[in-house]
Design a protein around this ligand. Sequence first.
Ligand SMILES: *[C@@H]1O[C@H](CO)[C@@H](O)[C@H](O)[C@H]1NC(C)=O
Ligand SMILES: *[C@@H]1O[C@H](CO)[C@@H](O)[C@H](O)[C@H]1NC(C)=O
Ligand SMILES: CC(=O)N[C@H]1CO[C@H](CO)[C@@H](O)[C@@H]1O
Length: 612
Amino acid sequence: MLIFILLAAVGFLVFIFPRSYFFQDVQHVLTRWRIKNRLQKYIETDYTIADQFADTVKAHPHKPYLRYKDETYTYRDADELSNKAARVLLQSGRVKGGDTIALFFGNEPVFLWLWLAALKIGCPASLLNYNIRSKSLLHCFSCCGAKALIAAEELQDAVEEVLPSLLEQQVTTFIMADRCRIPDVESFKDKMSKASSEPLPKDLRSHVTMRSPAGYIYTSGTTGLPKAAVVTHTKLWMYSLFQCMSGIESSDVIYVSLPLYHSAGLIGASGSIERGTTVVLKNKFSSSQFWDDCRKYNVTVIQYIGEIMRYLCNTPKRPEDQIHKVRLAVGNGMRGDVWQDFISRFGNIDIREFYGATEGNFSLLNYSGKMGSVGRDTFLHRRLFRYALIKYDIDEDKPVRDSSGFCTEVAPGEPGLLVTEITLRTPFTGYAGDVKQTEKKRLHNVFKTGDMFFNTGDLLRVENNFFYFQDRVGDTFRWKGENVATTEVADVITMVDCIKEANVYGVEVPGQEGRVGMAAIALSDGQSFDSKGVFKHVEKFLPTYARPRFMRIQSTLETTGTFKHMKTKLTQEGYNPNQVTVPLYFMDEKLKDYVPLTLDIYDSVISGQIKI
Ligand SMILES: *[C@@H]1O[C@H](CO)[C@@H](O)[C@H](O)[C@H]1NC(C)=O
Ligand SMILES: *[C@@H]1O[C@H](CO)[C@@H](O)[C@H](O)[C@H]1NC(C)=O
Ligand SMILES: CC(=O)N[C@H]1CO[C@H](CO)[C@@H](O)[C@@H]1O
């Protein structure tokens, strides 16, 4: 009855305001409400994604679950392969239910079989970023307390480098190969092909509840080394139901070219299980093969991050640009100008832009067709979640507090830090093995004594009830779709003898999403800048996306009253030799050196002649 009255009211309002967003707002809130009820039912019965997978296999065993290169795996194939993988783990005698298993792989089918295997036997899977090495790798590994590591064959060297520490921690290490040349490391592939594919008893995961961790995803949140965000089984369901919210249907074919270790990639793969859709997995994103793949596999839904859309728009035009079956694009970080290009170039594709942090308890979805916006700030939405945009001091890197110690909301149109209330219903599960970092993301006494909010670390602004994403605050910037934690980069570069201190920040490059790394450094007393040595060190210890492309040498580094490095002014000056008076260097990958940044180099970077 209530619904009826509501609909009548909606009909009336749409009649009066034909161009208003009211109808969409209501529809969206109703969808969220339905999803919430469904999730509630799953929580009450501890029905996990592993249970859903079993039911999906039963419902359509012969439907393709995964396409990869020229291989096709049906839901039944996926079921059998993951049974085999699970048996190898159990039969090793080194892994039992509840133990964390770390997966160190690029995008390939076996990643998913292992992930499903871990779910089936109730083991959280820790999804390691395959770009990381040495100290960071070990850190990611140990903060989730993993008992076993399974790595791709091509990542053997990276494993070998950290093996002594792994052995010390009594970790069982496997390589996905038929044989393994490293002593103390076991092979996995041969064992998997011999193992039985028979169904596994369900009671292997009887210890799992919806609050148990299903896995760990790493984020370079704000400071220091990557942090392991705990993905509980509930959270995994929320990722999966996200597809439902975006309008993905069971007949859809989803193209996943983002890394599976990212939450975005995982949303694609795990969400498919719930909808029973087909996933087309790409080992590595390629802008030149993107549309050919979409045509080849009849892809109907693509997943993106802003960078991907820009790369696609930057490819040379082709006559067949609009010949494809893609109807929906789901993702985040797309800028308004790119959106325009994208639609006019590739045809009328529905774009669902969302906002949400891996570890956060809040999400926004653009459901109303407003270019550049990530969602609506409405009365209805505010009833569902409590959130606010508060004033933020960029240099001090903390929220502004008034004389009574409370935060204040920004005026409409002004950027503010998005904070969302942490309650029993909207908890924040925190980071594995890192109480300090978990606490750092919690803000206390925001509007009144005793309240608690989650600090998203993102600046947003609201205009006419639309949210717009502004920037990440503090110590993180994004480059090539990856978060770069500036303190982590600073820690690495100050390991070089000649560098005493470093302040790392991101600077913009025309025509590119995000910011590229730049470091202001102070030299150790009496030393000169060993450009080649610094290059070698950076190349060895930092993934490509985290390497500072520019450096400036200061006599001292300015800090704030609380000894935080000042970044605002440095960021504004960037790498423009006309503005920066101290020595500037540019990372030249061909010469394997940091070379003095001349006006020539500067102009070529600005005009795009030098690609970064
Ligand atoms: C794509 O669709 C076409 C026509 O509907 C069909 O002939 C073809 O087999 C499909 N390809 C795949 C990989 O499903
Ligand atoms: C928002 O959603 C509408 C409708 O799906 C779409 O047309 C529009 O491009 C989206 N805008 C962004 C930036 O996501
Ligand atoms: C707003 C939001 O996303 N709320 C969710 C927070 O997380 C809990 C469980 O982890 C969910 O039940 C809420 O729906």
